[in-house]
Ligand binder design. Structure first.
Ligand code: ADP
Length: 811
C-alpha cells in the first residue's frame, strides 16, 4: 500500500508527529484528496494524495495514491463527488452514509475541508456494513414477529403469574400482559378485558389445572404442552407453555389453538363407529332401536333416550323403545298427539329438530315455550324423521332441565337419528320381505291343494263316465258334463286370477276402456250369478238405479270385479245367508260424480285385525289348509288393483267374525254425463206437509200447470220434462206419488213405470197415468202395469184433488 511515512516528519513538529502517529494507527480509514483540474465540460474528480493503513481495511481499495476517485471506483455514485466538491468549495465539513454498490459495502464518511486553493479535502471512512446489516436484520425480524403475532393461526399471550398470598387468603392467579388478535377469537374473551383483569376475576370457576400448569412453568422454567377441555369455555385447547425470562420475572408465554372441532370430530367418528358396530349384527328393527337408545343414552348420560313413532292415521305418538337411566321410569306407551306441546309437534312436522326445556312428563306438557335451536340449554332434543314429507317419528333424548347442548351435539344426534332410522327401515323392509316369502310358501301349499280338489273331482267324474258310458242312473251324462264344466270353471277362475296377479304386479294389465253403463253391466252380471245363489241356497237382493250410470271402463275387468265380490258373498255366507247388492249415484265434495257399489252379506265376517291386509296378495281369512270355502286369496287383490286402475277405491267393513261384511267400491263416472245431474226443474209449494207429488210430462206448459194445481191442493210438487229426468228426480227426491204422462218421447211412461217398479222404494209407489187418449185403449195395459189410476188430460181440479187424497198415503 502506498502511504506517506508520518515518522519522517515527526521532528518537524511535535503535533505533526502526533498526528502522523494517529494517522497511522487510527482505526478508521483516512485519506487526503485533491480536486483534479478538469475542463469545465468534464465531470469533476478527486485524486488520492495520501491514505492511512486502515484505509484499505475499510474501503477494500488498494494502490489508490495518484489515482482519482472515478478511476478507483469506476461506477462511483455521482452524489459522493458532488459532496466532495461542495465541501471543498464551501469549507463546510459533512457526513454521509451510503451503500457503495461496486464495493458491496456500507461506508460512513466524514468529509472535512483542507484548503480551497488547491481544492483539498480529507475523508474519514468507516466500514459500517456489519452494523447496517445487523440493523436491517433487526428491522426485518421485528416486522416479521409483529406480523406473525398479528396473523398467526394460534392464540398467543404473555402471562404474568400473580403468586398466592397466603395471608390475604388469595390463591395464585395470573393476568395477561399481551395477547394477539387470535387469542380473542379462540377464547371468546375481549382483549381489553383480558388485559385489565386477572383471570380469576375474568373467568370465575376456571378449572384450577390452568393456574397450576402456568404457575409450574413460571417457577421451574420447564416447557409444557398439553391438550385440555375447559367446561367453562366449553372448548378444547391444545396449549404450549414456556417460561419467559428468569423464574423471578414469573412470566410465561402461552401458545395455543382451539382443537374443539378436531376433538369433536374424533369423538363423533368414534361414536358413529361404535354405533355402526353395534347395529351391524342386528336384524330385528326393535333390537336396533333398543341398542341405539342404550348406547346413546349411556354416552350422553341422559335420563332417557328412545324412539317415538307416529303410525297412520298419525294421531298418536307411540314411544316404541326407550332406554332410561337407573331409577327413571320407561315411557313406552301410546300418547294422543294432543297431549304434547302443539309447538313441539308443529316443529317436528316441519322437519325441525327441537331443543327445548319442556317438563319431563309428556302427559303434562308445559305452557308453550318457544323452542330453541342448538347451542342452547334444554331438557330434551327431538330429531324428527320425515318420509315423503310426512313426519313419521322421532329420535329423542331427555335430560335434567337446562342441560347445555352445543351445535355439534345436536348435529351428531341428528346424524345418529338419520342413520338409525335408515337401519330400522331397512330391517323392516327385510322383515316384510320375510313375511312375503312366508306367505308365498303358504300360498304354494294352498295352490296345490286348491288345484287338486277340482282335478280329483274331474278325474272321478271322467272315470265314472268311462266305466258306465253315461248309463249310470246316479250320474246322467248331462249331470256329469255339468259337474265337469263347473270344476273346469272353478279351475279357470283360479288360473285367471293367478295370471292377473302376476300381470298386475308387474303393471302389465292395460284397461280397454270404452263408454258403458254401469247399471246395465251390473244387471247382466247379477243375472249370471243368480242361478249359483239359488243352487246354494243363498238369497241375493239387488237394488239398481232406474237410470243409467255412464262411465269409461273396461267391461270385462269391471265384470271381474263384481263377479269376485259376488262369488265371495256366496262363499263366505252360510246356507240360507243373504247378500245385498246395491248401486247408486254418490256425490261428495271431492268427487262430484261417482258410483257407489255395495256388496253386503250376513256371512262369516272378517276379524278386525285382518281387514287392513285383506286386499293384499295371498292373504286369506283362514290360514289352515282345511278350508271348505276354497280360494287362493287372490280375488280381492285382483279386485282392488282393477278398481284402482279405474281410479276408484275399495274398502271393507265388518263388525267382526260372524257378523257379516260389506265391501264398498267407488268408481268415477263420466264427468260430462248430464243425466246424472239433478235437473234444475221448478218446485212448487215447498212448505206443505200433505205429501210430495212428481209430475212427469214432456209438455212444459201442461206440466207446470198440473204442478201448480197440485200445489194449490196443498202438496209439494216437482216437475220433470222427460222420462230420464223423472227417474233421477224420483230416485233422489222419493215422491209419494207420481203423475206420469204415458206419451213421453224416448222412454215412454210404461218403460219409466217398469224401471220405477224395479226399485225397492218404487214397488208400491202410487203412479198415476196421464193420457190424452181415450181411457179404454189403455185401461187394461195400465192396470196390468200396476198404475194406481189414470187421469185424462186436461185435468180438472176436483178430480185431481179427489184422486190425490185417495192415492197419497197419509203423512
Ligand atoms: P279367496 O276368497 O280366494 O281366499 P280373496 O282375495 O277373494 O281370496 O279373499 C281373501 C280373504 O278375504 C278370504 O280368504 C276370506 O277370508 C276373506 N273374505 C273375502 N270376502 C269375504 C266376505 N264376503 N266375508 C268374509 N270374508 C271374506
Amino acid at each position: 500500500m502506498a502511504t506517506t511515512d508520518p515518522q519522517q516528519n515527526a521532528s518537524l513538529d511535535p503535533f505533526a508527529s502526533a498526528y502522523a502517529a494517529a494517522f497511522a494507527n487510527m482505526d478508521q480509514g483516512f485519506c487526503f484528496l485533491e480536486k483534479v483540474d478538469t475542463p469545465a465540460n468534464k465531470p469533476p474528480d478527486f485524486r488520492y494524495q495520501m491514505v492511512n493503513p486502515a484505509f484499505e481495511k475499510h474501503t477494500g481499495l488498494t494502490n489508490v495514491i495518484g489515482k482519482t476517485s472515478r478511476q478507483v471506483v469506476p461506477q462511483l455514485d455521482e452524489r459522493i463527488i458532488t459532496l466532495y466538491e461542495q465541501v471543498a468549495r464551501t469549507g463546510q465539513s459533512t457526513q454521509f452514509q451510503t451503500y457503495v454498490a461496486p464495493l458491496d459495502r456500507w461506508i460512513e464518511a466524514n468529509v472535512f475541508p483542507i484548503s480551497q486553493q488547491p481544492a483539498q479535502i480529507a475523508v474519514l471512512f468507516t466500514n459500517i456494513t456489519d452494523r447496517k446489516r445487523a440493523e436491517e436484520a433487526q428491522q426485518v425480524s421485528e416486522v416479521t414477529y409483529r406480523t406473525l403475532f398479528e396473523t398467526m393461526e394460534q392464540g398467543f399471550g404473555i402471562g404474568q403469574i400473580l403468586p398466592a398470598d397466603q395471608q390475604a387468603g388469595r390463591p395464585m392467579d395470573y393476568q395477561w400482559l399481551e395477547v394477539n388478535p387470535r387469542f380473542e377469537q379462540l377464547t371468546g374473551l375481549a382483549r381489553a378485558d383480558v388485559l385489565s383483569q386477572t383471570t380469576r376475576q375474568l373467568i370465575p370457576g376456571l378449572e384450577e389445572t390452568w393456574y397450576e400448569g402456568y404457575g409450574h412453568v413460571a417457577a421451574t422454567g420447564e416447557t409444557v404442552s398439553f391438550e385440555a377441555y375447559s367446561p367453562v369455555l366449553s372448548r378444547w385447547f391444545e396449549v404450549y407453555v414456556f417460561a419467559l425470562g428468569s423464574p423471578a420475572s414469573r412470566r410465561v408465554g402461552v401458545l395455543f389453538s382451539n382443537t374443539t372441532e378436531r376433538k369433536q370430530q374424533q369423538k363423533r367418528q368414534a361414536l358413529l363407529l361404535k354405533l355402526a358396530d353395534a347395529i351391524r349384527p342386528l336384524t330385528a328393527s326393535g333390537d336396533i332401536m333398543t341398542t341405539v337408545s342404550e348406547l346413546i343414552g349411556r354416552h350422553y348420560e341422559v335420563d332417557r333416550c328412545g324412539f317415538a313413532e307416529l303410525p297412520p292415521p298419525y294421531n298418536q305418538l307411540v314411544i316404541s323403545r326407550d332406554w332410561t337411566k337407573a331409577g327413571m321410569p320407561s315411557r313406552q306407551d301410546a300418547y294422543p298427539l294432543s297431549s304434547w306441546s302443539g309447538e313441539l309437534i308443529r316443529r317436528l312436522r316441519s322437519g325441525q329438530t327441537v331443543v327445548d326445556d319442556a317438563g319431563k312428563d309428556s302427559q303434562n306438557p308445559p305452557p308453550e315455550a318457544p323452542s330453541k335451536r342448538a347451542g342452547d340449554r334444554g331438557s330434551r332434543i327431538w330429531a324428527p324423521r320425515l318420509k315423503e314429507g310426512q313426519w313419521v317419528g322421532s329420535f329423542f333424548v331427555e335430560d335434567a332441565p337446562s342441560r347445555f347442548w352445543n351445535e355439534a351435539d345436536v348435529g351428531l344426534l341428528e346424524e345418529i337419528a338419520e342413520r338409525t332410522w335408515a337401519a330400522v327401515e331397512r330391517a323392516r323392509a327385510e322383515e316384510a320381505l320375510g313375511e312375503e316369502y312366508r306367505r308365498k310358501d303358504e300360498f304354494m301349499a294352498m295352490l296345490a291343494h286348491e288345484l287338486r280338489n277340482p282335478l280329483a273331482s274331474l278325474a272321478n267324474t271322467l272315470l265314472v263316465l268311462q266305466l258306465t258310458r253315461g248309463t249310470d242312473e246316479n250320474l246322467s251324462y248331462p249331470q256329469a258334463v255339468g259337474q265337469m264344466s263347473q270344476q273346469v270353471g272353478h279351475m279357470s277362475r283360479m288360473v285367471d286370477d293367478l295370471l292377473d296377479v302376476g300381470r298386475i304386479r308387474y303393471g302389465l294389465i292395460q284397461l280397454h276402456r270404452k263408454p258403458l253403463d254401469l247399471v246395465t253391466l251390473m244387471r247382466q252380471t247379477v243375472e249370471t250369478v243368480k242361478p249359483f245363489y239359488s243352487q246354494q241356497r243363498r238369497q241375493l237382493s239387488v237394488s239398481l238405479p232406474p237410470y243409467a250410470l255412464p262411465m269409461l271402463g273396461d267391461e270385462t275387468r269391471l265384470v271381474q270385479v263384481v263377479m269376485n265380490l259376488l262369488t265371495n258373498g256366496l262363499r263366505y255366507t252360510n246356507p240360507g245367508g243373504h247378500v245385498w247388492v246395491s248401486l247408486q249415484l254418490e256425490k261428495d265434495e271431492a268427487q262430484p260424480k261417482q258410483a257407489l257399489l255395495r256388496v253386503k252379506d250376513d256371512g262369516i265376517g272378517i276379524a278386525l285385525d285382518r281387514q287392513a291386509t285383506i286386499f293384499d296378495i295371498f292373504v286369506q281369512g283362514e290360514t289352515t289348509l282345511d278350508r271348505p270355502r276354497g280360494g287362493l286369496g287372490l280375488g280381492l287383490a285382483v279386485v282392488k288393483q282393477l278398481v284402482v286402475l279405474h281410479e276408484g277405491s275399495i274398502e271393507v267393513h265388518s263388525p267382526g267374525v260372524g257378523e257379516g261384511s260389506e265391501f264398498l267400491v267407488r268408481l268415477p263416472l263420466k264427468p260430462e254425463s248430464a243425466a246424472l245431474e239433478l235437473p234444475h226443474l221448478p218446485v212448487f209449494n215447498t212448505a206443505t206437509g200433505k205429501g210430495r207429488v212428481l209430475v212427469i210430462e214432456d209438455n212444459q206448459t201442461l206440466a207446470d200447470m198440473t204442478a201448480r194445481l197440485v200445489a194449490l191442493s196443498g202438496y209439494e210438487a216437482r216437475v220433470s220434462y222427460s222420462g230420464m229426468d223423472g227417474l233421477v228426480v224420483a230416485e233422489q227426491w222419493r215422491p209419494d206419488v207420481i203423475l206420469l204422462d204415458l206419451g213421453l218421447p224416448h222412454l215412454d211412461g210404461f218403460e219409466v213405470n217398469r224401471r220405477l217398479r224395479e226399485q225397492s222404494w218404487g214397488q208400491s209407489l202410487p203412479i198415476v197415468a196421464l193420457t190424452g187418449y181415450s181411457p179404454q185403449s189403455f185401461q187394461a195395459r195400465t192396470e196390468q202395469a200396476g198404475f194406481a189410476a189414470y187421469l185424462i188430460k186436461p185435468l180438472n181440479l176436483p178430480q185431481l184433488r179427489k184422486l190425490l187424497s185417495e192415492v197419497v198415503p197419509d203423512q
